[in-house]
Write a protein that binds this ligand. Structure first.
Ligand code: DTP
Length: 803
């Protein structure tokens, strides 16, 4: 009877596990289907024409007919009543000889009174698309810009070219404000552009009433919303006051609006459209591609990264201007000082500096008195230096949008420039805790990490897909490290590795222990606490491989983030992801493409530069690294061969899993009926030392899986311990008694050890639980919960039978 119930219970467990797996697979496939369908729709839309009308967010209406190629051609090429004047002002006032792609179409559409979203890469000249129409129209253009510094930059530039422009912001004097407000209703329009912040629109009733008046007088010619993605909380720079700008279109419906951004996906634009209350805007998207920028990702191996950056600057970018982006204000100070020590004229720039110091750094950099600005993201909008030859990221950006913006500050003069990211394992988690409060922060960071982890796709293609563009890899023209040094990767079957590392996290979690990614790496590489080492299947992979696999598992849902908040900081731990359960299925496999270890430096340019730059004092270190790299490479290739042999054997049905097994250090000693009753009896009389030696002996001789009939039998004995004596009898009563004493004794030991541990220097629940649990033994593949359930079922069955 008990046997039947055990069997049924075991089968139920296995059916439940299988069902769980099927559900996961279904949800995976559904997710894939949704992604593919949405991609398909986007591609169809793009193929229909270069531009299309955006649809209101959440609208169930069928899509409006798109803005066709012919329409675009019309606005690009036709002559309009204002065309001559516009061309003249382009040359005479802006001192520019011709329009860049889409500028003319954008200007003509805006002059025709259409609402427009203009998505154009940074530095391609979006401002001209509202500044020139402003000069060709009656009245003035209202420009909403997110930062006062950005407005001031623009005003300075406009003043230089004799374009009358003013601003109203918190720092405007009373007198200035009075003049500006008066000018808004002056028919002679003393200024053509009025710059305000979104806060001003939201808070100043006086401004709104003046706008109302100028609208009624026909003097409010146009509204330009710069950095329009700030309206949407899905945009990377969400600003709450931007959300209130819908009032403008509601109050002044006849005034054309132009929203400008460098980085907005179609979803962000839909959101902006809804927030700004724009009915049917035309979206013009200039190709995001900046053909003159070379994109590259390098592994950040250690703190030596600043040294590498310094060498690059001294050799490759001698006397050329650039930016080094860092993670924090402290990093800005430290890295700038390090560069200075290496004779590079560098200065930090971050939000916590005095405004006067910030503008001094900006000015000195613009006039080439400083070569490098080591900056946080605070050094951003409004930076318009044409000849920036390099943008190096000491730490990855928090999203592809951010990266595109930040790196886009290079090469605005169309001359070639480099955008290099140093990709470090620990940085991912520093950033992760920073974006934890943002709705889509983790997803965006994952996209950025995937961009860096990528080894086989053109980096431009990855960005293009991110920005919903169709892309042909040939267009990269070898201007990214992947296209330039293609095929420098290998495909690894990492299923076994994944199982091993997932087991470590699973085991920690069953012991209520949380592991940081760094600890997972250490534990897996056998560098964790000694007590863990004997229970973990230590990997022979290199650190780089270990980190890459953990990142891969995180990006693909086998791991996920587990944040813990303290009043001072946020901690990042790894926990099992939604797909971790799939690994329990023997047929599930995971492959990943991995750069040949350190083959990164096979990039000629990098190798050339680095070998050329090796400081004599660092020769030894470099040699050591190279030897290690060479060994890593050899190991990797050996493993690949091994993987290949295994997979062939698997296909031929000959594969026998290696006999080394992972032994769970948390086991409950479900002793075999016949012998164990007496063993336990003995155990009860044994000294504590002798008792604890028994489990240890077992650990030293792990029970191999699939290693013959004996092993099978032994395992079966453990799992279905009381099966042979299931009729209630004197023996069974005795056994129940023994079980009872055994568990009481275990509990007493837990109490005793817990007490002891609570008094030790390491405080906390975990410490006191770990030791006692260590000497409990579960059958292989059994968790504490499962083991407890089995024991409970068995004990209660027997109790019933006795009654
Ligand atoms: N048709 C043109 N020909 C040559 N240079 C141009 C042209 N239009 C604009 N520029 C120059 C002027 C500026 O120095 C530079 C960048 O223009 P700007 O309008 O500030 O870019 P942007 O607004 O797209 O960048 P950001 O996204 O960083 O604000 O390009």
């Amino acid at each position: 009877m008990a046997n039947d119930i055990d069997d049924a219970q075991a089968e139920l467990d296995s059916v439940e596990a299988e069902l769980e797996m099927v559900e996961l697979q279904i949800s995976e496939l559904l997710e894939k289907q949704t992604k593919l369908s949405s991609r398909k729709n986007k591609l169809l839309q793009i193929l229909e024409g270069a531009c299309s009308s955006a649809q209101p967010s959440g609208s169930s209406k069928p899509p409006k007919p798109s803005f066709s190629r012919q329409d675009l051609q019309h606005y690009e090429e036709s002559d309009f009543s204002w065309s001559k004047e516009a061309q003249a002002k382009l040359c005479n006032m802006f001192q520019l000889s011709k329009f860049r792609p889409l500028q003319r179409a954008a200007i003509n559409l805006s002059m025709s009174g259409k609402d427009l979203f203009l998505v154009m890469p940074t530095g391609r000249g979006k401002s001209l698309c509202y500044q020139l129409p402003a000069l060709c129209s009656k009245g003035f253009t209202l420009v909403i810009a997110p930062l006062v510094s950005l407005m001031e930059d623009q005003l300075m530039y406009l003043k230089c070219i004799n374009v009358p422009a003013v601003t109203l912001n918190a720092s405007s004097t009373k007198e200035d404000s009075k003049q500006v407000l008066a000018g808004m209703t002056d028919k002679n329009s003393p200024f053509k552009l009025l710059y305000v912040t979104p806060e001003k629109i939201a808070k100043s009733k006086l401004l709104m009433s003046k706008l109302e008046k100028s609208y009624n007088m026909g003097l409010l010619a146009r509204i330009a919303v710069d950095e329009v993605h700030c309206c949407s909380q899905w945009g990377h720079d969400f600003r709450p006051d931007y959300k209130l700008l819908g009032i403008l279109k509601r109050q002044f419906p006849k005034v054309p609006l132009v929203g400008l951004t460098a980085t907005a996906t179609s979803n962000v634009l839909k959101d902006c459209q809804k927030i700004l209350c724009v009915q049917e805007p035309i979206t013009l998207t200039a190709p995001f591609n900046r053909p003159n920028l070379y994109y590259e990702v390098r592994f950040k191996h250690n703190e030596d990264c600043t040294h590498q950056i310094a060498e690059l600057i001294k050799e490759r970018y001698k006397n050329q201007s650039g930016i080094v982006y860092v993670f924090s204000q402290k990093d800005a100070e430290v890295v700038a000082t390090d560069l200075q020590k290496r004779n590079i004229v560098a200065q930090p720039y971050h939000a916590n500096m005095e405004p006067s110091d910030k503008s001094l750094v900006h000015q000195r950099w613009s006039s080439k008195k400083i070569q490098v600005v080591v900056a946080t993201v605070a050094f951003g909008m409004g930076i318009d230096k044409a000849d920036v030859r390099f943008v190096i990221h000491h730490t990855i950006s928090k999203s592809i949008e951010n990266y595109y913006q930040e790196s886009g500050r290079a090469g605005r003069d169309d001359g070639s420039a480099d955008c290099i990211v140093f990709f470090g394992f620990a940085d991912i988690f520093r950033l992760s805790t920073m974006v934890v409060m943002e709705n889509t922060g983790q997803q965006k960071l994952h996209n950025m990490v995937a961009y860096c982890q990528n080894v086989d796709r053109c980096r431009r293609a990855m960005m293009a897909i991110h920005f919903d563009e169709v892309w042909n890899d040939d267009e990269c023209n070898q201007m990214c490290d992947v296209c330039r040094h293609g095929n420098d990767y290998i495909t690894m079957d990492i299923t076994t590795h994944a199982r091993d590392v997932v087991t470590i996290v699973e085991m920690a979690s069953s012991m209520d222990e949380k592991l940081t990614p760094l600890k997972v790496c250490d534990a897996w590489m056998g560098k964790g606490p000694a007590k863990h080492r004997k229970t973990i299947k230590v990997t022979s992979l290199s650190r780089v491989e270990v980190e890459s696999i953990i990142i891969h598992l995180l990006l693909h849902g086998y791991f996920s983030e587990d944040f813990s908040f303290t009043p001072y900081t946020t901690h990042f731990y790894l926990k099992l992801g939604r797909k971790a359960a799939l690994l329990k299925n023997g047929n599930h496999s995971i492959t990943m493409k991995m750069r040949r270890v350190m083959s990164h430096t096979t990039a000629e340019t990098q190798e050339e530069v680095e070998t050329a730059l090796i400081d004599v004092s660092n020769m030894a270190v470099q040699r050591h690294n190279k030897t290690k790299i060479h060994k890593d490479h050899q190991n990797m290739e050996k493993r690949l061969v091994q993987n290949h042999i295994e997979s062939l054997a698997w296909e031929a049905g000959e594969y026998v899993k290696p006999t080394s097994v992972f032994e769970v250090d948390v086991e409950v000693n479900l002793v075999e009926e016949r012998n164990c009753a007496s063993e336990e009896e003995k155990g009860l009389k044994n000294s504590p030392e002798q008792q604890s030696s028994s489990p240890k002996r077992r650990q030293k001789q792990p029970l191999p899986r699939n290693c013959g009939a004996d092993a099978d039998q032994a395992e079966a004995d453990l799992v279905s311990a009381p099966s042979e004596l299931s009729i209630i009898s004197a023996a069974a009563v005795e056994e129940l008694h023994h079980l009872h004493s055994y568990y009481s004794k275990q509990l007493r030991r837990i109490n005793y050890i817990s007490h002891e541990h609570l008094q030790s220097s390491q405080p906390g629940m975990l410490t006191c639980m770990r030791e006692p649990f260590k000497s409990l033994r579960f059958p292989l593949k059994t968790t504490i919960a499962k083991g407890a359930r089995n024991v409970w079922t068995r004990v209660s069955m027997r109790r019933k039978l006795i009654q």
